[in-house]
Each structure stands twice: as structure tokens, then as C-alpha cells.
Design a protein around this ligand. Structure first.
Ligand code: HEC
Length: 107
């Protein structure tokens, strides 16, 4: 049984991925400093560590379902909404940009 939230997430990710594929410089206007600060403040890593152990980076699976910048931003937006983190769109964008730089390294 799939939860409605998970289904919504999958649909959402697919839509995002399809809407702007292989856009170069997708994150070029992102504020990386802001993203780093928000990741620290939002306890993203602490929660991921509690799920996967280590330094939490095993949660980020560059070769998994998230294979493009828009999909990554969609995922961060989904976490933001579901966990009630209260991030603004440009903050979500910056957080995703930091994850792309440090973990996903899209080509
Ligand atoms: C309360 C716990 C919790 C918090 C807080 C949290 N996450 Fe997550 N996150 C999860 C879980 C659980 C998953 C795995 C969900 C799944 O596989 O469907 C996940 C998955 C992800 C993924 C997808 C990884 C992949 O490659 O499949 C990203 C990206 C992500 N989180 C980013 C964030 C960011 C950014 C923040 C902070 C702004 C954050 N998360 C805060 C629990 C959390």
C-alpha cells in the first residue's frame, strides 16, 4: 500500500523532472551561503542521520530517482511542505543548489 503523500511525491517529482530537463545553470542564481545556513538550521542532516546513520549523506542517492536539478528542488519542496519547515521558494532553491553541489553533482 502506498501512502497518498508518497504518490503525490512521485507524481510531483516526475512533473518537475519533465518540465525543465537538462537545463544548464538551473541553480546559477541560488544563494549557496543561505542554503548552507538553512540546511544547518532545519536539522535536515540530524534527521537523515537518525534514518541512515553515518553523516547522513547516505540519504542522498545521486543515482536514484532524483536525476535532475528540477527533481531535486521538487524533493526539497516536498520535504519543506510535509515537514512544515516554512521555507520560501528561493530558500528551497538555495538548499537544493547546495545539495546538488555537494552530493548530486548533476552533469
Ligand atoms: C524529520 C526527518 C527529516 C527532516 C527534518 C528532513 N528530511 Fe529529508 N528525508 C527524510 C526521509 C525519511 C527521506 C527519505 C524519504 C523517501 O525515501 O521517500 C528524506 C529524503 C530526502 C531527500 C531525497 C534523497 C534522495 O536522493 O532520494 C532529499 C533531497 C532531502 N530529504 C532533503 C532534505 C532537506 C534539504 C531537509 C531540510 C531542509 C530535509 N530533507 C529534512 C527525512 C527528513
Amino acid at each position: 500500500m502506498q501512502s497518498p503523500a508518497l504518490s503525490a511525491l512521485l507524481v510531483c517529482t516526475v512533473l518537475w523532472a519533465g518540465s525543465a530537463h537538462a537545463q544548464t545553470g538551473f541553480f546559477k542564481d541560488a544563494d549557496l551561503g543561505l542554503g548552507e545556513k538553512l540546511i544547518a538550521q532545519s536539522k535536515c542532516v540530524a534527521c537523515h542521520v537518525s534514518k541512515v546513520g553515518g553523516d547522513g549523506s547516505a540519504m542522498y542517492k545521486p543515482l536514484g530517482r532524483i536525476s535532475s536539478p528540477p527533481a531535486l528542488r521538487g524533493m526539497v519542496e516536498q520535504c519543506n511542505t510535509e515537514l512544515n519547515l516554512g521555507l520560501f521558494p528561493e530558500e528551497v532553491h538555495s538548499v537544493a543548489a547546495v545539495l546538488a553541489r555537494d552530493h548530486y553533482k548533476f552533469k
